[in-house]
Design a protein around this ligand. Structure first.
Ligand code: MN
Length: 171
C-alpha cells in the first residue's frame, strides 16, 4: 500500500512538472500571438487590438507600447496590420520613424510611388508630410513606430486610403 502511495506521489510530481513546462510554453506563445489570430512574424510583442486608432484604420491592427519612460521623449510601439490593413492619410507635426520588423508592408507619401517595406527597412517621415502605412494585400506586417518631437507633436488624420488608391500603390 505504502509502495503504491509513493508511486502515486512520484507520478503526481512528474505530471505537475509536465504541466509547468506546458504553461511556460503557453506563456511564450502568448507573447507572439493575440487570441491565436496573429501569426508570429517578429520577435516583438503584438499587444492588444488597436481600438484607440481603429477609426483611422481600414482593417484590423494591434498595438504594443514598447517603452514607458516619458522623460526620454522617444515613445516607441509595435503596430501589427492584418493583410490589406492600412491607416488613413495623415501627417505628424513632429515627424515619425518607421522600422519594419515582420512581414511585408507599404509606405506612401502623397504624390509619390509607394515604398515596399521589408524587415530591417527604416522610413524617415518629415514633419507635416501626408502619408499612409500598412500591410501588403497578401501579408501580415509589423513595424515599430517612433514618435519624433513628442513634446509638441500633433497628428492630423485625413481621409481613408481608398481601395483604388491602395490597389494602385501596391501593384
Ligand atoms: Mn504615420
Amino acid at each position: 500500500m505504502k509502495k503504491n502511495l509513493l508511486a502515486l506521489l512520484i507520478l503526481a510530481v512528474i505530471l505537475s512538472g509536465c504541466n509547468n513546462s506546458n504553461q511556460e510554453k503557453k506563456t511564450e506563445d502568448m507573447k507572439a500571438t493575440t487570441n491565436g489570430e496573429v501569426p508570429k512574424i517578429s520577435d516583438f510583442p503584438v499587444g492588444e487590438p488597436n481600438t484607440a486608432y481603429a477609426q483611422y484604420f481600414s482593417g484590423r491592427s494591434w498595438l504594443a507600447p514598447l517603452t514607458k519612460m516619458s522623460e526620454l521623449n522617444v515613445p516607441m510601439s509595435n503596430v501589427t496590420f492584418e493583410p490589406g490593413c492600412r491607416n488613413n492619410w495623415h501627417s505628424h507635426t513632429g515627424g515619425q520613424l518607421l522600422v519594419a520588423v515582420g512581414g511585408v508592408g507599404y509606405y506612401q507619401e502623397r504624390g509619390k510611388a509607394a515604398v515596399r517595406m521589408m524587415p530591417g527597412d527604416v522610413i524617415e517621415i518629415a514633419p507635416n508630410i501626408e502619408h499612409w502605412h500598412g500591410a501588403a494585400p497578401d501579408s501580415w506586417f509589423s513595424h515599430l513606430v517612433i514618435a519624433c518631437n513628442p513634446q509638441t507633436n500633433e497628428n492630423t488624420w485625413l481621409e481613408p486610403v481608398t481601395d483604388e488608391q491602395y490597389s494602385e500603390a501596391v501593384k
